[in-house]
Every structure is written in structure tokens, then in C-alpha cells.
Design a protein around this ligand. Structure first.
Ligand SMILES: NC(=O)c1ccc[n+]([C@@H]2O[C@H](COP(=O)([O-])OP(=O)(O)OC[C@H]3O[C@@H](n4cnc5c(N)ncnc54)[C@H](O)[C@@H]3O)[C@@H](O)[C@H]2O)c1
Ligand SMILES: O=S(=O)(O)c1ccc(CO)cc1
Length: 480
């Protein structure tokens, strides 16, 4: 499989030679270097931000229909190249190739949806309260150049969410993908540019994440910051944006509970749970983490869950038989081990896995922990990896309280066959996305965002576009 020569897109030019040096991009399935990524220096970051200022003026001047047509052409290009882009994604990130192909085609769908929404960015006319007013309108206008920061777990989907909404609204962008997975984003950026987005309106930079984000957020050309990543970093970037009163969207971490009710179809719930838990090796912000199981059926559930976890085929994403790939980088392995050791030291039972796999690559065994005390790290922080925690409960009220106990609220799930219980849980679970009897809460047409510390704002759906706009009250009086 081929991996492309990496370049940054700054002020209308692709650049392979940059002032910030370069870093290796590693295949997480083999630990081998597959490419070198040029890194931007401060002057190049300034060039990108200034270009975004000029690009914004050109791009916002286009009609909504023109923007829609260009973005739909970009979506088509992404779809046509889906296999190639997916291969790059799997090489740099590790997930199974079939998952990468799905991610890339879904990214094209996200771009299509936001492109169409550009034509529906309606305002409204409000009857004036005084005489002599011809029109009193509420309209939405693009917020301005956006600095967008995306992580490595969905190298196509997450840049697509930000690029699609920002560009559809008429904003220009400087995007910084994760340095671990820059190739996929580079191919997406190329598709947008080839489709007709003005070259200065779309910039891609990489570098030291903290230095790049700090520089861009402080730069006067940047009007809005959009970040996906950890709660801790989200708080830092949000604070920095707030100091300039710049707009901020944060898609941060979660710690999703799953309540399996006494009346649930256990075999369906279990099969869906295993697929959702270990997809992308658990590196999904809305991934299920805490499974609350009725005490009377805890043994049965634990046994079947462990059996299914042990049966998962781990391997490189390029192998068609692989069900779970490696973690994205070496630090994740160390972090998984800390989560497991801490839980066991505090009295939890390790039912399976719990260690790095004995093979090259950043593989960590599918891990199941039971009865983790509430103060264990795995019950308080997002493991962001292939670790499931099984907890017994006695009453549904108790399960709901436990599910809502953390300061996060991204995804939450439940399984029941009773319609009343489904509605009750749908209301009671405190999360931006609640899935009853299914885990598919991330869809191009639906808003995706967190409650509590899990984030601020939403991406995708009609709401996604609105976060890239400002509201203007526009009153036109009768000329004197
Ligand atoms: N919400 C998500 O989709 C998501 C994705 C990836 C990681 N994470 C969270 O991050 C945690 C750790 O991941 P990691 O080991 O890669 O750690 P990390 O904090 O170094 O990196 C996480 C992501 O944030 C970016 N980042 C880090 N510091 C930044 C800064 N100051 N400015 C801009 N971007 C910055 C990184 O480039 C990376 O893409 C995970 O446990 C998980 O909770 C969340
Ligand atoms: O693959 S998706 O289900 O659409 C998905 C879910 C969550 C995230 C954010 O981590 C990205 C994509």
C-alpha cells in the first residue's frame, strides 16, 4: 500500500520543505516509519492565518448555491478516492480497512449534508414595533477564519465535520490534523481545493500541537476555534479563546454508560455492545465504557462478554480478517496499562486482557474489568481504548444515578424491550447523544455534541452549521 509524500498547504501552496523541521509518521501496526511530516514554523503559521483572512473575503462572497456546488463536488471526489484515502488512513492510524472505507464514505456524506444546509441558512423577518421600518430581519453570517484542531482517532470524519460546516457557512479555515495521522487530512484538503475552494481559504498546518494552537488562537485573523480532543486540552484552548472573546466549539471526551435492563434481549445487547466497545480499539469519544448489568444476570453477562472479547481477532488493519487493530501510538499503551493496574490495585477483578499483546505494533488486548470501585481511574477518566468495565446494579434508579454520576455527558446507551422504560431512560440519561437499543448516534444529519464537561456546541446536523455563523439584526428604515 502506498503512503503519499506529506505536505502542508499554506497560503495557496503545497509545501514539503518548511521551517519547523519534520517528524516521523509511524505505522502503529508495525512501529515502522512510513513518512516524514514537514512542520510549520511561526512565520508559516502567520502566513496561513493571513491567507485565511484573505481567503475568507473571497469565499464568503460566493453565493450559498456556489458554495454548495463546490462542496458537493469535493464530496464526490472524496467518494471516488475512498479506497485510496482509506488505505492511507489504515496505514497511519491502524483501524481495519473496511472501517476506514466506511469512515471515508461517511465523511463524504457529511460534506454533502452540510453543503445542502448552506442553502437553508434561513433568516427571519420580524414585524417592526415602530413606524417607518421597511424590514427588520435576523440573518446569519459566517463568523470568519476558523482554526480547527482534530485528533487521530477519526482522521477523515473529524476533519470532514469541521471543514464541511465551516466552508458551507462561508468561513475560511486553518486546520491542524493530528501529527500522527496527517495523510488522510491532506487528501481531504486536496479534494476540497480541486473542487474549487479558493486556495487561500483552506490551509493545513502541522507542528507542535500546543505551540500551533496557542499561536493561531492568539492571531488576530482567527475568529473561531474548533477543537476535538481531551477534556483537559479542550479547557485550555477554550480558556485561551475566551480571553479574546473568540467563538469556541469543543467536542471533548466522554465516559459512556450502558444500562442493560432486566427485560433486554441479552444476546442482541451483548453482540451490539462488543461491536461498539472494541470498534477502533475503543478509541471513540462516544464509545461505551461502563456497562451496568442487573445483579441477577451479572454472571451470565460477564461470562459471555469475556468469551466474545477473547474471540476478537487482533491484527494489522490491512489484513481483511482483522476485527481490532492497534492503538494509535505508543503513549496509549502505557496509559491502558496504568488504567488496568490502578483498577486492580483498588480491588477490581480483571476478567480478561489487561496487557500489551506479545507482537510488534501498539496492540493492547481486549480488556474486561468487573466491580471497579468508584474512585478507580477507569471509573473517573476516559480510558479511550479497549477496556470495558462491568458493574452490577440492583434497581434501575440506582443504575441511572450511577450512569449520570460523572462530570461527562457525551454518549449514553440502554437496552430494554419495554417502551415506557425506553422513554424513561431516554429522558433520564444526561448526555448529548442517547441511544436506546442501538449505538449508532453519530449520523451526518444529527447533531453530535456533549453535555457537561464533554463539550460545548455540536457538529453535524443543522446545528453544526449554525456554530460557524454570527447573528445579525438588520433593520432598514424608509429613506428620509
Ligand atoms: N474526543 C475525541 O475524539 C478524542 C480524540 C483523541 C484523543 N482524545 C482524548 O485525548 C486523550 C489522550 O490522547 P493522546 O494520548 O493522543 O494525548 P494528547 O492530549 O497528547 O492528544 C490528543 C489530541 O489533542 C491534540 N492536542 C494535544 N494538546 C494540544 C494542544 N495544546 N493544542 C492543540 N491540540 C492539542 C493532539 O494533537 C491529539 O490530536 C485520550 O485519552 C482521549 O481522552 C479524545
Ligand atoms: O464513526 S462514527 O460513529 O461516525 C464516529 C463516532 C464518534 C466520533 C468521535 O470520536 C467520530 C466518528
Amino acid at each position: 500500500m502506498d503512503y503519499p509524500e506529506l505536505a502542508l498547504h499554506i497560503a495557496g501552496r503545497w509545501r514539503t520543505q518548511t521551517q519547523g523541521g519534520r517528524r516521523a509518521v509511524i505505522d502503529p501496526a508495525t512501529e515502522e516509519t512510513i513518512a516524514h511530516l514537514p512542520l510549520a514554523g511561526r512565520e508559516e503559521l502567520a502566513e496561513a492565518a493571513e491567507a485565511a483572512r484573505r481567503g475568507f473575503i473571497q469565499w464568503r462572497a460566493k453565493s450559498a448555491l456556489e458554495r454548495c456546488n463546490i462542496l458537493r463536488a469535493a464530496a464526490q471526489k472524496i467518494r471516488e478516492q475512498a479506497k485510496t484515502i482509506a488505505q492511507v488512513l489504515t496505514l497511519e492510524q491502524g483501524k481495519p480497512l473496511a472501517e476506514s472505507v466506511r469512515e471515508v464514505t461517511l465523511s463524504a456524506d457529511i460534506v454533502d449534508f452540510q453543503a445542502e444546509e448552506a442553502k437553508r441558512l434561513y433568516g427571519r423577518l420580524v414585524p417592526p414595533r415602530v413606524e417607518g421600518i421597511l424590514s427588520q430581519a435576523v440573518v446569519r453570517r459566517p463568523v470568519g477564519p476558523v482554526a480547527a484542531f482534530t485528533p487521530w482517532n477519526f482522521p477523515a470524519n473529524l476533519p470532514a465535520r469541521k471543514l464541511a460546516s465551516a466552508l458551507a457557512a462561508g468561513c475560511s479555515v486553518v486546520i491542524k490534523p493530528a501529527e500522527e495521522t496527517p495523510g488522510t487530512c491532506m487528501l481531504l484538503v486536496r479534494a476540497f481545493l480541486d473542487a474549487g475552494v479558493p486556495p487561500e481559504a483552506l490551509n493545513m498546518v502541522c507542528g507542535d500541537p500546543a505551540e500551533v494552537s496557542s499561536f493561531l488562537i492568539d492571531h488576530p485573523a482567527i475568529a473561531k476555534v474548533s477543537f476535538t480532543g481531551s477534556v483537559a486540552v479542550g479547557k485550555l484552548l477554550g480558556e485561551q479563546a475566551a480571553r479574546h472573546v473568540k467563538r469556541f466549539t469543543g467536542e471533548l471526551g466522554g465516559h459512556a454508560p450502558v444500562i442493560v435492563c432486566e427485560d433486554a434481549d441479552f444476546s442482541f445487547a451483548l453482540k451490539s455492545s462488543i461491536a461498539a466497545k472494541f470498534r477502533n480499539a475503543g478509541q471513540v469519544c462516544a464509545s461505551p465504557i461502563r456497562f451496568y448489568i442487573p445483579r441477577s444476570r451479572f454472571g451470565e453477562w460477564s461470562e459471555a462478554f469475556v468469551q466474545a472479547a477473547r474471540a476478537l481477532r487482533m491484527g494489522p488493519g490491512t489484513d481483511a480478517a482483522t476485527q481490532m487493530g492497534p492503538l494509535a501510538h505508543a503513549r496509549r499503551i502505557e496509559d491502558m496499562q496504568r488504567f488496568v493496574d490502578d483498577a486492580v490495585e483498588r480491588g477490581a477483578q480483571l476478567l480478561c486482557g489487561g496487557q500489551r499483546a506479545q507482537r510488534p505494533g501498539y496492540f493492547f488486548e481486549p480488556t474486561v474489568i468487573a466491580n471497579a470501585p468508584p474512585d478507580s481511574r477507569v471509573m473517573r477518566q476516559e480510558p479511550f481504548g479497549p477496556i470495558a468495565v462491568l458493574q452490577p446494579y440492583d434497581t434501575l434508579d440506582e443504575a441511572i444515578d450511577s450512569a449520570n454520576a460523572l462530570p461527562y455527558g457525551l454518549g449514553a446507551y440502554a437496552f430494554t424491550r419495554d417502551l415506557h422504560t425506553a422513554h424513561r431512560l431516554g429522558e433520564a440519561l444526561e448526555a448529548g447523544m442517547v441511544g436506546i437499543n442501538h449505538f449508532g448516534v453519530s449520523q451526518p444529519e444529527m447533531p453530535f455534541g456533549g453535555w457537561k464537561e464533554s463539550g460545548i456546541g455540536q457538529e453535524m446536523g443543522a446545528e453544526g452549521l449554525l456554530h460557524y455563523t454570527e447573528v445579525k439584526t438588520l433593520t432598514v428604515g424608509v429613506p428620509a
